[in-house]
Design a protein around this ligand. Structure first.
Ligand SMILES: Cc1cc2nc3c(=O)[nH]c(=O)nc-3n(C[C@H](O)[C@H](O)[C@H](O)COP(=O)(O)O)c2cc1C
Length: 179
């Protein structure tokens, strides 16, 4: 299975969690990791290139720090630009059919805060629904997300452990993830 990871973090030089995750993936040469903000400093996304790459991979992982309960803006733009009518949906838009998508997000809050009745009221699964629906609308398979809580307060050792779990998660077969 060919896996591409698209990392969207506007300040990777100040990152601990996402950088630790990228370092871990660096040990796995079979996974293609990309840095979206580095590739597109002017935010001019090369739509043809992105669509070509999407066709080449079986599983696409979108990795980002949660910003205001959502993804950083360049990743939103990536969806807006790349998932076009006639390519990703609509007549002839069947290119993403059956492709596996997975979200990985690092969050400042704790797991207890992300539940009904907790500080943030909603689970991360609930908050990721616009992305889930976008992928489903384009007939992609939306796989369970990997969420790293407490990303700011957690120690380096904790983030390293999360990074290992993350790598296992994105390498796991679909059936293992959904059951
Ligand atoms: C603009 C901004 C918005 C954020 N919004 C949230 C949020 O809605 N919920 C949350 O739990 N953490 C939020 N955070 C914390 C980040 O998710 C956290 O710093 C990040 O996941 C840590 O990863 P990093 O070390 O790779 O930067 C926010 C941080 C910034 C800078």
């Amino acid at each position: 299975m060919k896996i591409m990871v698209i990392v969207a973090h506007p300040q990777l030089n100040n990152s601990r969690a996402n950088r630790a995750f990228m370092l871990e993936l660096g040990n796995r040469p079979d996974i293609h990791v990309r840095d979206l903000y580095q590739e597109y400093p002017n935010w001019e996304i090369d739509v043809e290139k992105e669509q070509r790459l999407l066709l080449q991979y079986d599983r696409i992982v979108l990795q980002f720090p949660l910003f205001w309960y959502s993804c950083p803006p360049l990743l939103k733009k990536w969806f807006d630009d790349v998932f076009t009518h006639g390519w990703a949906f609509g007549p002839g838009g069947d290119n993403l059919e059956g492709k596996e998508f997975m979200i990985t997000t690092t969050v400042g809050g704790t797991e207890n805060q992300y539940r009904s009745g907790g500080f943030n009221k909603f689970t991360i699964s609930e908050l990721l629904r616009p992305l889930q629906r976008t992928i489903a609308r384009c007939n992609g398979s939306y796989l369970p997300a990997f969420v790293a809580y407490n990303a700011n307060a957690g120690s380096d050792a904790y983030l390293d452990r999360e990074a290992e779990k993350y790598a296992e998660h994105i390498l796991a077969p679909m059936l293992e993830l959904v059951q």
